[in-house]
Design a protein around this ligand. Sequence first.
Ligand SMILES: [Zn+2]
Length: 163
Amino acid sequence: MKKRAITGVLLCILAFAGFGYAGWRYVASRDSQTCRACSRPIHDHTRTIAVLDGKTGYYCCPACALSEHQQAGKPVQITQLTDYLSGKPLAPDGAYVVRDSEVNPCARKEAALAPDKHPMHTLFDRCSPGILAFRGRRQAEAFAAEHGGQVLPFAQLASGYQH
Ligand SMILES: [Zn+2]
């Protein structure tokens, strides 16, 4: 009888541990799908990882991560970008960006409607102007030639947000 009770307790502990792990997995996977700053779904080709206040988080795009600096008043360090063309992780050092091209995966497709059914104009969108990252200047310039926008080194873009 005593032995069965102990076995029961052990089974309970195992069950709880299993649920806990499943829950943690669920939360962890959800965190990497939505942007920490704006809760928008993260696109594979603009995924950005940044450290704010010692905590690492996923952001929908570099523009969103960098604007976190202005909102939180604390320095944000971007540790990983995504190459827009290949969808592969990209180190910020040496990366180039295209700012304000016609392509912005974060932008909402349809404008929100005001109560009078007229589209409301967005005054501030943290993901605009859109920023896309590229492995090198050549790729960024080729993209900008087709879709517009301004080509600049990532380091220059990031330093523009640090005040
Ligand atoms: Zn975002």
